[in-house]
Ligand binder design. Structure first.
Ligand SMILES: Cc1ncc(COP(=O)(O)O)c(C=O)c1O
Length: 392
């Protein structure tokens, strides 16, 4: 066994010390251990749809296997799938996007790693919100870029404002946002997104919009980054909207000048996205009725959970308009969010995500609830919290 300080551990690069783990995954593992020991846990931490993938998608996958579609595809992805995605933008957003600018990736996570390899490096600056989706900063760290987290709170509905970009001391080479957001579920209004884009373009930066939750918006108006400008990088995927997390498939729309550089990295990193998943995804856009059904259930759960959490004394600083998360303030109990979630798991058997998964700014005062769990389990989790909270 390798010892600390041995040859192997001293070979690991120092930047790995700064990569934050997903605390939610660690809590999930602890919850699974408790379950294996016979405990019943109410899961409100997992950011993964509880629905199974719609049948036509699964059938398309089975057919692909039987038809021997088991080889690599073109590196940028199946041309038919890129066409389908272009049609989707035309139908949903009224925007014509050339399929040539669409790259099929191995999950949106694969897309971030390609963008980071192409646009980030030493002397490059990555800007993201704090709180925000944790992978952005970690991909920046892996690429050796300087990180500039912008603290955001309820005053801007947890969004980056153009004035915040104007005040940056350094050129923001890449600004990564999620719309709707994880963990807050807030949505950039179209005019706000356009203004943000303009402020970034003025500083000669690139805006990347992660739209993985775009199909799961319940309030407000959504406008895709593709409608704003050809210089926006838009990342999207099948994981959340089509309940396909395990299929590891996403896509991105990139400015024309980035297609070739992205392709070169992609060919080296994973050659092509999973073939069977790509064939399966050809059927995804024909399952919009299934998506609508899932979305209606998320909408109901959101209404239920928001009202229960407010009754229980949680602060809801901004209306979650999309995704399946509620970012809730726990100031009332005067306890750090890490301690709160650990105690909630061991004492109330409710699994939650601490604010620390999303950054550092006021992270001790917030936790994230996920409603990607059926309503009966959400009700059970709230019932347990109702019993436990008064004991604090
Ligand atoms: C905002 C956001 N982007 C991207 C991802 C990763 O998705 P994928 O399964 O496509 O890698 C997640 C997953 O939780 C997410 O919340």
């Amino acid at each position: 066994m390798g010892k600390k300080g041995s040859g192997i551990s001293s070979c690991i690069t120092a930047k790995l010390d700064k990569i934050t783990p997903f605390y939610v995954m660690e809590l999930l593992e602890e919850a699974r251990r408790m379950e294996a020991a016979g405990e019943d846990i109410a899961h409100m931490e997992i950011g993964e749809p509880d629905f199974s993938t719609p049948e036509p998608i699964k059938e398309a996958a089975l057919k692909a296997i039987l038809d021997n579609h088991t080889f690599y595809t073109e590196s940028l992805g199946l041309p038919e799938l890129r066409e389908k995605i272009a049609e989707y933008y035309h139908r949903e957003q009224g925007v014509d996007v050339s399929p040539k600018r669409i790259v099929i990736t191995s999950g949106t996570s694969g897309a971030f790693s390609l963008v980071a390899a192409v646009l980030l490096g030493r002397n490059r600056c990555l800007v993201m919100s704090d709180p925000g989706y944790p992978c952005y900063r970690n991909f920046g760290l892996l690429a050796g870029a300087s990180l500039v987290p912008i603290p955001v709170d309820e005053r801007s509905r947890f969004q980056i404002l153009p004035s915040m970009i104007e005040k940056l001391k350094r050129r923001p080479h890449l600004v990564m946002i999620a719309n709707p957001s994880n963990p807050t579920g807030t949505l950039y209004e179209p005019s706000a997104l356009r203004a943000l884009h303009d402020s970034i373009a003025t500083r000669k930066g690139i805006l990347l919009v992660d739209e993985i939750y775009r199909g799961l918006t319940y309030d407000g108006e959504f406008e895709s980054g593709v409608a704003i400008s050809d210089d926006v990088v838009v990342v999207d995927g099948f994981s959340k909207v089509f309940a396909m997390t395990g299929w590891r498939l996403g896509w991105m729309v990139v400015p024309e000048e980035l297609v070739r550089p992205v392709q070169k990295v992609l060919q080296n990193v994973y050659i092509s996205a999973p073939t069977v998943s790509q064939y399966a995804a050809l059927a995804a856009f024909d399952t919009m009725k299934d998506v609508e059904k899932m979305k209606n259930q998320y909408r109901e759960r959101r209404a239920y959970l928001m009202s229960r959490l407010q009754d229980l004394g949680f602060q809801l600083p901004a209306l979650p308009q999309g995704a399946f998360y509620i970012y809730a303030g726990i100031q009332r109990w005067g306890m750090d969010s890490m301690v709160f979630v650990k105690r909630a798991l061991s004492e109330a058997r409710v699994a939650l995500t601490p604010g620390y998964d999303f950054g550092a700014y006021r992270a001790g005062g917030f936790i994230r609830f996920s409603y990607a769990t059926d309503k009966a389990r959400l009700a059970e989790g709230c019932r347990r919290l109702a019993e436990w909270l008064p004991t604090l």
